[in-house]
Design a protein around this ligand. Structure first.
Ligand SMILES: [Zn+2]
Ligand SMILES: [Zn+2]
Ligand SMILES: [Zn+2]
Ligand SMILES: [Zn+2]
Length: 280
């Protein structure tokens, strides 16, 4: 249940914090961003990424077992035939040759399907880069537009929603990641809401924007559980999300250290994010 609630609550909380407290301290927000980026990246590399590979290997072993079983049945059958006309020595050498053949096949096959995961991760990175042409980097807490807003910025809305929807999909297998997404979206929600208020977007539009944004991640989780089409492509979709999270979290960490000047508070925030992310 927390898998659906956490990513939703964090955005609502961020919205309320921005509305009621109107945080003026940009430095604290930057620290929270740095923490969330490190936290999200740690969960991605220590939970989601190994799980994607594990799934693929598991799938591979299952198909191998089925293939072996079929092979074996077939062999047993021919073995009976053999017994009628041939001696045991012939049969033994036949078996050895078959085992050698099979292990050779195993190695090649596994390598190819695992390599594909790397390609899907890169697709995720490129996909997020393209999304940011439309959102101007709002996913990693970057807002650039300076003029006043009279209506909902639709390009931002669509790209941000798509981003949040995709992020919800691996959560059906990866409950740990829900907290990572929640922590990552909390400062984003605070920054976006504050930004909209500064741009004098009307209150109703801000509310609607943030509410739609908050249900996108749980919606992605439900969709990946209910739609068998998405379930069948769990590995591919999750690998794409790994790419998205790689890009987002490393950009957050990168942008939070301006000019690569030494900043103890930020360094501590990042290390804290790594430690907590590891023990989730
Ligand atoms: Zn195989
Ligand atoms: Zn940026
Ligand atoms: Zn996100
Ligand atoms: Zn799984």
């Amino acid at each position: 249940m927390l898998v659906y609630i956490l990513p939703f609550v964090s955005i609502v909380l961020g919205y309320l914090i921005a509305i009621f407290f109107q945080p003026k301290n940009k430095q604290n927000l930057k620290l929270l961003l740095a923490f969330s980026g490190a936290f999200l990246l740690t969960i991605t590399v220590s939970h989601l990424l190994p799980e994607v590979y594990y799934h693929e290997i598991e799938k591979e072993i299952k198909t191998e077992l089925v293939a072996k079983q079929e092979n074996h049945n077939h062999h047993d059958h021919s073995h009976d035939d053999h017994n009628l006309s041939h001696d045991l020595h012939n049969h033994d050498s036949h078996q050895v040759a078959e085992v050698d053949n099979h292990s050779g096949h195993n190695h090649n096959h596994n390598h190819g399907s695992l390599k594909i995961i790397g390609l899907f991760i890169m697709i995720g990175i490129v996909f997020q880069i393209v999304l940011e042409y439309f959102s101007r980097g709002a996913e990693h807490g970057h807002v650039h537009i300076h003029e006043k807003m009279s209506k909902i910025p639709w390009a931002l809305f669509i790209s941000l929603s798509l981003h949040a929807l995709l992020e919800g999909m691996p959560l059906s297998h990866q409950n740990n990641l829900a907290l990572g997404i929640a922590i990552h979206h909390l400062p984003i929600a605070i920054i976006l809401t504050s930004f909209f208020m500064q741009a004098e977007l009307n209150k109703k539009s801000i509310f609607l924007f943030m509410m739609f944004f908050s249900v996108m991640t749980p919606l992605g989780t439900i969709a990946s559980e209910q739609l068998s089409f998405l379930n069948n492509y769990y590995t591919e979709i999750s690998a794409i999300v790994v790419g998205i999270l790689f890009h987002i979290s490393s950009t957050i960490i990168f942008e939070s250290s301006e000019g690569h000047k030494f900043n103890l508070a930020k360094l501590i925030a990042i290390i804290l994010g790594i430690i907590l992310g590891y023990f989730v």
